[in-house]
Each structure stands twice: as structure tokens, then as C-alpha cells.
Design a protein around this ligand. Sequence first.
Ligand SMILES: *Cc1c(COP(=O)(O)O)cnc(C)c1O
Length: 390
Amino acid sequence: MKIIPIPYGRQELSNDDKNAVMEVLNSEFLTQGPLVPRFEQKIADYCEVKSVVVCNSATSALHIACLALGVSKGDNVWTSPISFVASANCALYCGANIDFVDIDPLTLNMSADKLEEKLRVAKKIDNLPKVVIPVHMAGQSCDMEKIYNLSREYGFKVIEDASHAIGGKYKDISVGSCKYSDITVFSFHPVKIITTGEGGAVTTNQENLAKLMRQYRSHGITSAPNEMSPTSDEEIWNYQQIGLGYNYRMTDIQAALGLSQIKKLDKFVEKRQLIANKYDDLLKKLPLAVPYCHPNSYSTYHLYVVRLNLKKISKSQKEVHNSLRQLGININLHYIPIYLQPYYKQLGFNRGYCVEAESYYREALTLPIYPGLSENQQQFVVNTLHQILS
Ligand SMILES: *Cc1c(COP(=O)(O)O)cnc(C)c1O
């Protein structure tokens, strides 16, 4: 029998989800039908935010968010080094400069204190960022109130990369409400909290930004009469291209899956919380640190990251990683600091740039966590870790 390894994350699909997709396949519209706006409204209701624009990925959502905020050549964008590369690439798509603010070693999020220090220095040399992109690492919200206050003081805009964090809360408010930001981005990739296959969304309370992002999502085209240039009465103008946009649209097939998945969002997060709490308990005696939970945040536990206490372990991080993989546990690492990627290194970043991010990178491992992880599987992960680390 072939042993299927336990992944670090995976989708949770029910028959309802599959039926919802089949229904679209039998309907009139595969794309640009009624389900996309319906899914957008559902997300808006869930997050208590005014506008939602869904896209074909969080990567494209980050891109149109930057474009809507006017990010262009010569602008500075700052993000966290401990994230997926998409959090930084969006700035480069716009021709802007990217820079990184080191993490808080406890929350693994961009440190708001280090952000403040960096802003103070940048102000002196007139090199402030136009946009800062905090990332809610593993599903735990950043210190958004402090970041928001800094944005007012230093005059930058805020995009929350909440790819990990739909269903999470900050100070009892849903992530995505944009109470402390201009735009929030979600991902619906299968390893994330809910899925549409591929997919993403932006949320905002600013109607002008929503309008721009809708245009950027679909070729820069509008069919709203009040947005079109005046035309002669004899000609047919049922739409106009008024900017340069992309095809970043979500299909109705994806939206149907999203509508079905979002019904279960709270249950998924509760299940992830249960699994995480159990790990916390079962891993207590091992030479590693379990995730730190900030009291202001209700985490979605997209990831369950432990930090090895390498002084107390005879094996290296890589040996632990490889041993677990050999035994059928597809352990992962989230993330290699973005600026250490070869592409970023040739932009001029060097080792040692963000000290906390790099020491985290040398100790971190992501254990499997997803709603369908069974008790037996979790126990197997825990037993195997005990075996390898003792
Ligand atoms: C997954 C992820 C993205 C990209 O999401 P896609 O939907 O795959 O484009 C961006 N940022 C972070 C932090 C992510 O984890």
C-alpha cells in the first residue's frame, strides 16, 4: 500500500461544495454571472466592510490593491520578510522599490516598534514608504492599531495581507473590516482557510478604491455611463476602456465553491483552534516553542509553526525536517525570508538584513494543521516528534 504523506495543509471539501460547483456547470454562466457579486456580498457581510472585489488569486488582489493606491515607479513599499513572496512582488509589478521591516520574534508579524524606528530614519532622509503591507502571519493579526496610528503620523497607506486570516479577529473585530487599514487581501488557495481552487479578494471601506480595483480586475473597462467619456449619439459605446487593467476575474465556478465554503468558515477556524490547542498541550515537554498567542488576536491557525530549541536538540533543523518527511509527515517551512531569495538578493539585499527573521528561519518548522486532520494523524505527528527530538 502506498503511504500518502500527511501534508501541512489541505482543503476541506464536502458534497455540498461539489454539488454547488455542479450546479454552475449546468447553468447559463460559467463566469461573469450572478455568483461572483453574491460571493462578494457574503464576504462583505461576514467582515462588516463596505466593498469586496474578488479576483483569481491573492497575488492579483495585492497587485490591484497597490495600483489603486497609486503605487508606481520610485515609490517605496514595505512589508514583512517572513511571508510568501507575493507580499513583496506586488510592489515590483508596479515598478516600486520594496523594503522589509523585521519581525517581532514572538508574534512573527512585522514589528510595529521596528516599523516606527525605520519610519523615523526614513523621514529624516525623505524616503518614507507610500504603502506598508503587514502580513497576518499564520492567521494572527498584526498590531493594527499601532500600525494605523503610524500611517496617520507618517502619511502612508496600509494593505493588510490577510491571506492566512479570513475568519480571524483583531480586538473582537473581523479581519477584513479595514478598521485600521485601507485595503485587506484574502487568499482562497486550497491550503488557506477556505478555498475557491485559486482565488483571492480585496476588501475596503473606500468606494473610490473599490471602483478602481474593479476596473483593474477587468482590463480597465467600465460600462457605467457616469464613468464613460462623452460619445456621439450615433455610435455604439456599451463599454469603454478608461485605464490599463488586467484579466484578474474570478469565475462563477470558483464563486460557487466560495459561497459554499464560507458557510463553514467559523467551523473550520474552530477546528483549527482545537487542533492547535491540542498540539500546545501534547508538545509541552519537547525542546521547542509552540506558537505565541497575542491576547488581542483570535488566530485562524492557517499554520502551526514551532521553533526548535536547537541548543537542547542533538539534530539540526534540517535533520529534523528530513526525518519527519521520511516518516510520512510533509513538514514545511514558512517562510524563507523573502529577501534571501536569489531574485531579491540580486536586487541588493544581503544576509543579516533582518536579524529576527533570519534566526526564526533557522528554527522554524510548520506542523500539519487543517480541519480534516484526524486525531490519529495528529497523535502520529506528535509521537514522531517525540521520537525524533528525544
Ligand atoms: C498564499 C499567500 C499569498 C498568495 O496567495 P495566492 O492566492 O496563491 O495568490 C500572498 N500572501 C501570503 C501571505 C500568502 O500566504
